[in-house]
Write a protein that binds this ligand. Structure first.
Ligand code: HEM
Length: 537
């Protein structure tokens, strides 16, 4: 290209034409030079390693990133793989290259950028397909700024630890209900047990948000919206994610199927956000027995004399619509991981059971363990149960990679991190670093019990100004459920050759986990056997 422009310039017949062309050539040269300089300053690129693997589409990319960071160092960059499709392939030649993805590994690098420089590294990367689908109204995808801060304040004022007495009864009720489901022999293992967990969490999160039970239709709608979100975020699938200019193409242009798909998906998303909100507003606002996210915030607005103020209502509505999607899958992933791991570690169950028995020491345990229910206030001091939860979150974090983006250009240890680039913190790799956690592939809760190992809770729920606002609620539910399950059941491994999704797990010593925004055990290969029944046989 460069020799081509120079020879064109020398071919200009007249000196007046050459004078006119000179600034153009100068611009071109400075563009190339600045590009070259920028490229050399980006963290080392995984280009060669990338060429050998289509890493974005591969299984558990966080494992591959860890291997690459051993070659390239704790900060490296990648160019996204793009599929432009048959209609827009030629655009790759004229559009500027998409922003790089920068991967962070290691305690210092991750905490330096996401925590110490949290003010800068708290944005989300531009995701044009998500914008077309309206998803940037969802808190998890909202760009950093005043709107995000107000949405997070609404969440914290409802789900913070100071509101524990408000949500504790719902959590206790949900855990008791789930344990009762699991006591039914047909629902105590594999896919059925998993379905009970999902049903309980969906109902809990929905009631905490809207104050009523979700219907089967609403759950179906949420599922469809989640599938579409997953499709919108599929790496490499949409050219518009790499070349945002494409989002201005009108939907009727041939080849712009993505615009038509996005329009339909956005309408479905808005229906999911709007309908339950309106129902709560119309039916439950005057019912003093109901306390939930939407009702409590609308009542606050009434108190402040600003009811029906459209911008505030829209914020309450869209924030409410974010709770279910952010809270259900992550908590399910955590609980499933804990139970599957515990099923392979009976000694840890026994140790935790002894701790629970010692702490409660009342008739619920001595008379008939399976009928006793634990209260949330009673699980606050169960260090071994807490160590089990921390170790499971370390072993397979529900969100293995955190995705942030800097608000402004920055330089870290001489490497350039351009504004708007995708910056991924490899939390899975941090948790599998042998200098921090010796024998990281071993499930070993005692490392958190008897030593001062780095606390996984500081990372598993995110970092800086995007840290999970549901952490107290999620930890309360998980701790109570794990303690109650250990008290009520013996958690045993089962050899499920294939679950309904066709995942196989023949070797019980190796647990496989899924790839995605959240990571679950592929197979729920465990069974909950009531303790009294277990003793009787
Ligand atoms: C064990 C369960 C959970 C885990 C492991 C988890 C983990 C996370 C992580 C890693 C993030 C991203 C943080 C970052 O980018 O730095 C996040 C964000 C978020 N979580 Fe959770 N979460 C859980 C449960 C919940 C629950 C129950 C709720 C609802 C009350 C919730 C609501 C949110 C929201 C709204 C965000 C977006 C925050 C933002 O972007 O500013 N999460 N969570």
């Amino acid at each position: 290209m460069f020799p081509f422009v120079i020879s064109l310039y020398s071919l200009c017949p007249e000196s007046s034409m050459r004078i006119l062309a000179f600034p153009l050539v100068l611009c071109f040269i400075s563009f190339i030079v600045s590009k070259l300089l920028l490229t050399t300053k980006l963290p080392p690129e995984a280009r060669k390693l990338q060429r050998n693997n289509n890493q974005m589409l591969s299984d558990q990319p966080w494992k591959r990133y860890q291997a690459w960071s051993r070659t390239l160092g704790p900060i490296f960059s990648m160019r996204p793989t793009i599929h432009l499709g048959s209609h827009f392939g030629w655009l790759a030649w004229i559009l500027p290259a998409p922003d790089p993805t920068i991967i962070l590994d290691g305690l210092n690098t991750i905490t330096d950028l996401f925590q110490k420089q949290g003010e800068n590294f708290s944005d989300r990367p531009r995701w044009p397909m998500a914008e077309l689908l309206g998803r940037t109204e969802n808190v998890g995808f909202t760009y950093y700024g005043g709107r995000l801060k107000r949405a997070r304040a609404l969440l914290q004022s409802e789900f913070g630890s100071h509101k524990r007495s408000q949500w504790a009864p719902s959590i206790e009720q949900a855990v008791q209900q789930l344990v009762d489901y699991w006591k039914v022999p047909e629902q105590c293992s594999g896919d059925e047990a998993r379905r009970c967990l999902r049903r309980t969490l969906e109902s809990l999160m929905f009631r905490l948000t809207y104050g009523f039970e979700p219907s089967a239709d609403v759950l179906e709608l949420i599922k469809e919206v989640n599938n579409q979100t997953g499709a919108a975020f599929q790496p490499g699938r949409w050219a518009v994610n790499s070349f945002p200019l494409l989002s201005h193409i009108p939907y009727w242009v041939p080849g712009a199927e993505f615009q038509r798909w996005a329009m339909t998906a956005k309408a479905l998303f808005m229906k999911m956000v709007r309908e339950p909100y309106e129902k709560t507003k119309v039916n439950h606002l005057d019912n003093s027995d109901i306390s939930c996210f939407v009702v409590n915030h609308l009542r606050d607005m009434q108190w402040n004399g600003s009811v029906n103020s459209e911008p505030d209502e829209r914020l309450i509505m869209s924030t409410a619509g974010s709770i279910f999607t952010a809270g259900v899958d992550t908590t399910i992933a955590a609980v499933e991981t804990i139970l599957v791991l515990l099923s392979r570690h009976p000694h840890d169950q026994q140790f935790a059971l002894e701790e629970i028995v010692k702490t409660l020491s009342d008739e619920r345990l001595t008379l008939e363990p399976t009928t006793g229910f634990i209260r949330l206030a009673e699980v606050e001091n169960l260090p071994y149960v807490m160590s089990i939860i921390k170790e499971a979150l370390r072993f397979n974090p529900p969100v293995p990679v955190l995705t942030h983006s800097p608000l402004k250009d920055s330089v870290y240890k001489g490497w350039q991190i351009p504004r708007g680039s995708w910056v991924l913190a490899n939390i899975w790799s941090l948790f599998h670093t042998s200098s921090l956690y010796p024998s990281p592939n071993r499930f070993h809760p005692k490392r958190h019990y008897s030593s001062d190992a780095l606390d996984p809770l500081k990372f598993a729920f995110g970092m800086g100004r995007r840290v999970c606002p549901g952490i107290h609620l999620a930890m309360a539910f998980t701790t109570l459920l794990v303690a109650q399950t250990i008290m009520t059941f013996s958690i045993e491994p089962v050899s499920l050759l294939a679950d309904s999704a066709g995942h196989e797990e023949k070797d019980l010593s190796e647990i496989k986990f899924t790839t995605g925004l959240t990571s679950h055990p592929k197979v729920f290969s465990c069974k909950l056997v009531p303790r009294v029944a277990a003793l009787a046989t």
